[in-house]
Ligand binder design. Structure first.
Ligand code: ZN
Length: 411
């Protein structure tokens, strides 16, 4: 993937002053003459920044501006350990809204739309990002926040919301509630903007069908502004990430080497315009693939395949590396299997056993052949024997936030 001349100039500008501005990078790049970094090849020699580095800078060690220029902080929703605090300047907040508004535009959303926002508001970057983008676009924001599904339905009907912003799990829950209450004819939804969770094809089709809407995946992470740094375009094939704000690389997560264009690997992002906490070669742990060539939509921004997983979501069973995306693909190829699933990995009698629970609308006496089919597909694709267990629709937990899919009980 070629660095553009604009990106090269922005990077040289960033590197020239970063040590003066950021104590964090002064320490990280001690001994490196950053003014000698001139080419893409030079840049690729710089060390990565990882989430653990950011944790060590808690609370405000990442700040690259004087304190009076910081207008807001956000914190990443780390499940364990010290949180990461990201400071934002007024320009950062404004740039983020601009990027998010661009996402809405790519999804064909306009100021005529009414955007019902169900991601949470607070320290993390979800709700407020959707909100600021809607306001920048000039659309009507309806800041619901998560939960209270009865009220969500009431507002979908009474406010005639045209866009639903949600995690994929919550969008599914709302879609099921709309069906259950027979509200289809009373709602006006036309688009769904789904964020902060990787999700499978079958689940996407179910939500799109049940809600009767076109779906868009929004991408982002708190460390790099938040959601809104990229979205899939109306050609639906892959997501664009904004080249004027992010310089992207795809690396082999094990070796740190750049992979050839088009090969899967871990996305690494450098911020080109961020003031409060610029990040250089930040490892996202999101696995994707650069899609070479121009997009039929005409966008100049580079394309990446929908996320296939996180490098830390991978589990190894019988020597096979397994990502949630593998299970989702297998389920979507199994006739009669629905999108919801849960994987349990246990160690019994000296052997690893992987059980895949999945939902089906087939009645209890008719599930055996679906289980056999899933078993066969996983065996053929991954050369791995699993225990497939069908359960009824609604038996597996739904979540308003992220749904944990894989439970590794071996350790
Ligand atoms: Zn496109």
């Amino acid at each position: 993937m070629q660095m553009t001349s604009e990106q090269g100039a922005a990077l040289r500008h960033l590197l020239h002053s970063i040590k003066d501005k950021s104590a964090f990078y002064a320490q990280k790049f001690a001994g490196v003459d950053l003014d000698k970094i001139k080419t893409q090849g030079d840049f690729e020699q710089l060390p990565f920044t990882d989430k653990n580095d950011l944790r060590k800078a808690y609370p405000l060690g990442l700040a690259a501006v004087p304190q009076e220029e910081i207008v807001r902080i956000h914190s990443s929703s780390g499940t364990t350990g010290t949180p990461v605090i990201i400071p934002y300047t007024a320009k950062d907040v404004s740039d983020w809204a601009l990027q998010f508004a661009r996402c809405y535009e790519y999804a064909g959303i306009t100021k005529e739309d009414r955007i019902q926002i169900t991601p949470g508001y607070g320290l993390w970057t979800a709700g407020i990002g959707f909100q600021a983008g809607a306001e920048r676009l000039g659309a009507m924001a309806i800041p619901m926040g998560p939960g209270n599904t009865a009220k969500q339905l009431q507002f979908l009907v009474d406010m005639q919301s045209t866009v639903l912003c949600a995690t994929s799990s919550y969008a599914l829950l709302i879609a099921e509630a709309i069906a259950e209450h027979g509200l289809h004819d009373q709602i006006a939804l036309r688009k769904g903007v789904i964020g902060s969770e990787r999700w499978g094809k079958r689940m996407r089709e179910r939500i799109a069908d049940e809600l009767g809407v076109e779906l868009y995946d929004i991408y982002g992470l708190t460390e790099i502004y938040g959601p809104g740094i990229g979205i899939n375009c109306q050609k639906q094939e892959a997501m664009h990430i904004w080249a004027d704000f992010c310089y992207c690389e795809v690396i082999n997560p094990a070796t740190g080497e750049i992979v050839p264009d088009g090969e899967s690997g871990e996305l690494v992002i450098t911020t080109l315009q961020k003031e409060g906490a610029p990040l250089i070669r930040y490892r996202t742990h999101d696995l994707t693939r650069y899609v070479p060539g121009p997009c039929p939509c005409g966008s100049p921004h580079p394309r990446f395949e929908r996320l296939i997983g996180r490098s830390d979501d991978m589990v190894k069973v019988h020597g096979v590396n397994i990502f949630p995306a593998h299970i989702e693909e297998a389920l979507s190829a199994t006739s009669g299997a629905s999108s919801e699933y849960q994987v349990m990995i246990d160690h019994l009698n000296g052997k690893d056993i992987m059980t895949v629970f999945f939902e089906t609308d087939a009645p209890e006496g008719e599930r055996d052949h679906i289980e056999r089919e899933l078993h066969g597909i996983v065996k053929a694709k991954l050369n791995l024997g699993i225990v497939a267990k069908a359960v009824a629709i609604g038996d597996l937990p739904r979540s308003e936030k992220k749904t944990q899919r894989i439970f590794d009980n071996r350790y």
